[in-house]
Write a protein that binds this ligand. Structure first.
Ligand code: TXA
Ligand code: MG
Length: 329
């Protein structure tokens, strides 16, 4: 408690604090303090038109950030907060445009982590918090990941438990009708749709790239969530996703591995148990960092099935990490 309360006072004074959440670690700053928010972009090396999620410590604080609370927004907050859901709402004027990348909407989340909630509550302000990694590198799911990326660049790193979920929150845009999922997560469009009793769509940009067959046709679609356009989550090593029927994927990975090892390349493999999507989400970013630490030259990753919602969310990250470098078998 003493450390959390020290960290909260650092936030209040305009400093930067990395903190654990159930999805990934976040890098926090007072969302109402433009100078503090500017420091977050600097510490992460992040383009300043990429908007941030604003974290709150109780659902009723949502009204501080947005003037428009639809019944559907209230239902989502009631059902899924605290939890891995970020809700895009119309923003209030008080939210500085540096937080929202100039958009007239704001992304809001109440994380399911007692350390995060206590930190936000004690700071007394809403906390802007992107993932606590250097821009472009895999999101941090352990305190060591944050230390590796941000030690010396931020004021405080709160070491907490490893992130329980391991991939970032689902981002749903509630300013459009029907609502649209801009970033997939463990809370799938179907789950959200059931809770608000209306359809929830997937941003076409999510289906447009990757291994689905529509890929080429929809490559032109412009992502609505600015964060989606940057190279993301990438390991240092070259990475290839092998996609197809499970048995063939395993064989192809074996073949590519020995072929590359024969020419002296160090190869790492990411192959999750079939249908163990939750475990895959939990381990994916940590595996990328582990393989980078082992200094592999090439990462071969087995694609997960697209049908399950969580599998889809992990594949979204896997495809981006690999720069959409796919081998189909
Ligand atoms: O799980 C998470 O959401 C973590 C933890 C720390 O809460 N945070 C996180 O933040 O992943 P970040 O900044 O790495 O990702 C925020 C995503 C980006 O893709 C960004 O473009 C999108 O949310 N976003 C933020 N505000 C938006 C807005 N007003 N409209 C559309 N997309 C927005
Ligand atoms: Mg991020």
């Amino acid at each position: 408690m003493e450390k959390i309360s020290h960290a909260a006072s650092v936030l209040r004074r305009g400093g930067l604090v990395a903190f654990p959440t159930e999805t990934v670690y976040g890098l926090g700053a007072n969302a109402l303090d433009e100078k503090a928010v500017a420091k977050v972009y600097e510490a992460k090396g992040r383009p300043s038109d990429n908007p941030m999620i604003v974290h709150i410590s109780r659902a009723s604080d949502i009204g501080m950030l947005t003037p428009t609370l639809s019944p559907a927004i209230v239902k989502l907050a009631d059902n899924f907060w605290p939890g891995p859901l970020t809700i895009i709402c119309k923003k209030r004027e008080e939210v500085p445009s540096i937080v929202t990348g100039g958009l007239d909407t704001v992304a809001i989340r109440l994380p399911d982590s007692s350390i995060a909630i206590e930190l936000i509550k004690l700071s007394g302000v809403p906390i802007a918090g992107p993932s606590a990694n250097l821009s472009g590198s895999p999101s941090p799911t352990k305190a060591e990941h944050v230390i590796a990326d941000l030690d010396g660049r931020v004021d405080v790193i709160l070491k907490g438990p490893d992130s329980r979920i391991g991939i970032e929150s689902t981002v749903v845009d509630m300013t459009v009708s029907p609502p649209v999922v801009l970033r997939p997560g463990v809370l799938t469009a179907d789950i959200l749709s059931a809770a608000i009793d209306e359809p929830v769509e997937l941003d076409p940009a999510l289906l447009g790239r990757g291994s689905s067959d529509e890929a080429e046709d929809s490559a032109e679609i412009i992502p609505k969530s600015p964060g989606m356009k940057y190279k993301h989550y990438a390991p240092t090593a070259e990475m290839v996703v092998v996609e197809g029927q499970r048995k063939r994927v395993t064989e192809e990975i074996k073949r590519l591995k020995s072929m590359n090892e024969r020419i002296g390349r160090k190869v790492g493999v990411i192959l999750f148990e079939e249908k163990e999507y939750v475990e895959a989400a939990h381990d994916f970013y940590a595996r990328l960092r582990e393989l980078d630490d082992e200094k592999v030259d090439l990462i071969l990753a087995g694609a997960l099935s697209y049908k399950d919602g969580v599998g889809f969310a992990v594949m979204n990250r896997m495809m981006k990490s690999a720069g959409h470098n796919v081998v189909k078998v």
